[in-house]
Write a new protein. Structure first.
Ligand SMILES: Nc1ncnc2c1ncn2[C@@H]1O[C@H](COP(=O)(O)OP(=O)(O)OP(=O)(O)O)[C@@H](O)[C@H]1O
Ligand SMILES: [Mg+2]
Length: 278
């Protein structure tokens, strides 16, 4: 585990879990692919990882070869019926990765969550106080509703995958507004990172827009860029993260680099927070 030897402990001295929300209201920008692939890379590095499917489409659940309607329940039971999140988690079949599945009941969650008291923080409370995992990755639906709001309130970091396409810029502005709102209410320490995905280096527009995103968001953009790789589609059909499907394909190397960049950031942040390092 990467946490070993580091002082990543909360006030009570318990090891900390780093929670990532992967969200963008724009559809098809590689949110789910990033959850599976980054999760795979982190697990291969020896971390214990929990992947949480928050989308009624259940693409995360399916892309790990799991049945969305399995007997153990789903994340909707946590959000709507106060079920314990660990009672609905299951082994994904991949070493180091557990999964909380989703199914169509998440459509109900989107509608009925706002009726519940303090509904924005139900997921955060459900994940609180459990240190079994080094990383928890939350796969959000392509909308900025009650479910995504729960993920942003539970997370330390919001990762916003985005394609270097013209219409993605508008969605990015909306995600920034959502981040500011969440910071101003229940989660003041939320940080964000834009992740450029599905980049085609041969495409001039892609190169120019990638440059513009870097210029606009500066340190708010991961240096690692995920380029187009058709093997990613194959790995989803095979029910495996790309990191476990093809160890040397381009996107495996890039998602490994992303995991390393993330871990370096978390280590540096923890050192700054630790008085011994100041
Ligand atoms: N780097 C890539 N190269 C090629 N194809 C990719 C890449 N990343 C993702 N894809 C493909 O693009 C499609 C959309 O990806 P994905 O389902 O991860 O997006 P999403 O943002 O989760 O979508 P939704 O908004 O519907 O939840 C999938 O078919 C996936 O295999
Ligand atoms: Mg998805």
């Amino acid at each position: 585990m990467w946490l070993v030897g580091m002082d990543t402990r909360d006030e009570k001295g318990d090891p900390m879990t780093y929670i990532l929300a992967i969200a963008n209201q724009k559809g098809g920008v590689a949110k789910t692919t990033t959850v599976v692939s980054l999760g795979g890379a982190l697990a291969k590095m020896g971390n214990e990882v929990l992947l949480v499917d928050l989308d009624a489409q259940a693409n995360l659940t399916l892309s790990l070869g799991n049945d969305p309607n399995g007997a153990h329940g789903s994340i909707a039971d946590v959000l709507l019926n106060s079920a314990d999140i660990y009672s609905v988690s299951r082994q994904s079949g991949i070493e180091g990765i557990d999964l909380v599945p989703a199914n169509q009941e998440m459509d109900l969650a989107e509608r009925f969550l706002p009726i519940r008291q303090n509904y924005e923080c139900i997921l955060r409370d459900g994940l609180n106080g459990r240190q079994a995992y080094d990383f928890i990755l939350l796969d959000c639906p392509p909308s900025m509703g009650a479910v995504t709001l729960n993920a942003l309130n539970a997370a330390h970091m919001l990762i916003i995958p985005t394609q270097p396409e013209y219409f993605s810029a508008h969605a990015l502005r909306n995600m920034m507004a959502a981040t500011r709102k969440v910071r101003g209410q229940n989660n003041p320490d939320l940080v964000y990172r834009v992740l450029i995905t599905m980049q085609d280096r041969r495409n001039r527009i892609h190169r120019e827009l990638s440059e513009q995103i870097l210029n606009t968001f500066g340190d708010g953009v991961f240096r690692t860029v995920i380029q187009l790789d058709t093997k990613l589609r194959e790995s989803a059909v095979a029910g495996l993260p790309i990191t476990h499907y093809r160890t040397t394909t381009r996107s495996t190397l890039q998602y490994n680099a992303l995991a390393e960049e993330l871990i370096q950031y978390v280590e540096e942040t923890n050192q700054q927070a630790d008085p011994e390092f100041i």
